[in-house]
Design a binder for this molecule. Structure first.
Ligand SMILES: [Ca+2]
Ligand SMILES: [Ca+2]
Ligand SMILES: [Ca+2]
Length: 372
């Protein structure tokens, strides 16, 4: 019997028998995450074990009524996703690269059991990991479609509830993803953005589950939410790299970035160009991802652009650009050739100083912690 079925059964027997007062929180042993595995063979070289001593984080109060931003290390990112799924009443559409948090899997199963229609897509390679809950979900009656390429990533980490609101960002719902890595997540109320993600998820479902590849197009690339403009693009079909280049090109005062894997030559060259024009450009790289010969770290360093490496022994997993303190680019998309041309990815380009201030605070905090 699956341990996630066996354990609650055992605990319920113990509770009834008075042996324990309440169900203890069960956390899996920290394991090397998929984003670590996808990176390099030297992944474990700089791991620091003390990072596992994390205190219970609190949930951030609503920053605005249309978007709430969560950061690991200060907010309850796992709780934000569980609550989000629990809030669903009719539909859940989800595309999740790697899922190994029992509370999230159980929230999906509970939603299905109370009549919510669940559509779920995961990455085929990550589904083979021992920690993946793909089999658990399948065994619990959730039909999960897997993408069909071990080399291409179905790299989205997004859930849509009731066709009205989305949970998105950089966070894989794994132990490391919510507890040890630097990540962001956003909950946005927007039927139009929800529609975009549903169309994308249906497109992937057709391709991966029904072997019918049809690019359906993003219905609302440009969305207005309470006076705020949000752009939304999907890789590989929407030319995400060009959209990011266009935003960077429009920058007039500053570009800050914090990015897990950054190997795009055109984006690297654009940053050097803007730096040479006198803009304030600086960025944070995940240390392990600076060793590759394709990494943008050394070329930017050689061009005198201020760049630093993270000191999190686990993973600095953001994929964020902050432009002129007004615009934030976030999502699943690392600026790499694979992300632009092969993977399934999503980005949100949010033109809002309020939301961007929250990302700026995160950037400043990490920069101060690691710039020495
Ligand atoms: Ca894949
Ligand atoms: Ca697509
Ligand atoms: Ca690191």
């Amino acid at each position: 019997m699956n341990k996630f079925v066996l354990l609650p059964l055992l605990l319920s027997i113990l509770i009834v028998s008075g042996c324990v007062d309440e169900v203890p929180e069960v956390l899996p042993t920290p394991v090397m995450d998929s984003q670590d595995l996808e990176s390099s063979s030297m992944a474990a070289a700089d791991e620091e074990s003390q990072a596992s001593e994390s205190e219970a984080p609190e949930t951030t109060p609503l920053a605005s009524c249309w978007c709430t931003v969560y950061f690991t290390g200060e907010d309850d990112v796992e709780g934000s996703l569980v609550e989000f799924i629990n809030s669903s009443q009719s539909t859940i559409h989800a595309a999740i690269y790697d899922l190994s948090l029992p509370a999230v899997a159980n929230a999906i199963i509970n939603a299905s059991e109370r009549g919510v229609n669940v559509v779920l897509i995961m990455d085929d390679k990550q589904a083979e990991r021992d920690a993946s809950l793909y089999n658990y979900l399948n065994d619990s009656g959730i039909l999960v479609a897997l993408d069909n390429s071990k080399s291409n990533l179905m790299h989205n980490k997004v859930v849509v509830a009731d066709g009205e609101r989305i949970w998105a960002g950089s966070t894989n719902p794994t132990y490391n993803g919510v507890n040890l890595n630097n990540n962001n997540a956003l909950i946005i109320e927007s039927p139009e953005l929800a529609d975009n993600y549903i169309v994308e998820i249906e497109e992937m479902w057709l391709e991966y589950q029904l072997d019918n590849k049809t690019v359906m197009g993003t219905p609302h690339s440009l969305v207005e939410i309470q006076g705020i403009t949000v752009e939304n693009y999907f890789a590989p079909e929407d030319g995400v790299e060009d959209e990011i280049l266009s935003e960077l090109d429009s920058a007039s005062s500053s570009i800050y970035f914090m990015i897990f894997t950054f190997t795009s030559d055109p984006i690297e060259q654009k940053l050097v160009e803007k730096y040479n024009q006198g803009l304030d450009v600086k960025g944070i790289f995940e240390k392990r991802q600076t060793y590759s010969e394709y990494a943008a770290y050394e070329p930017l360093l050689n061009a005198s652009v201020p760049v630093i490496v993270d000191e999190n022994g686990y993973t600095m997993h953001h994929k964020v650009f902050i432009i002129d303190n007004i615009t934030t680019i976030t999502g699943s998309y690392n600026p790499t050739k694979a992300a632009n041309t092969k993977n399934d990815e999503n980005v949100l380009i949010i033109h809002d100083p309020g939301i961007t201030k929250e990302f700026l605070d995160e950037f400043d905090k990490l920069w101060c912690d690691w710039c020495d």
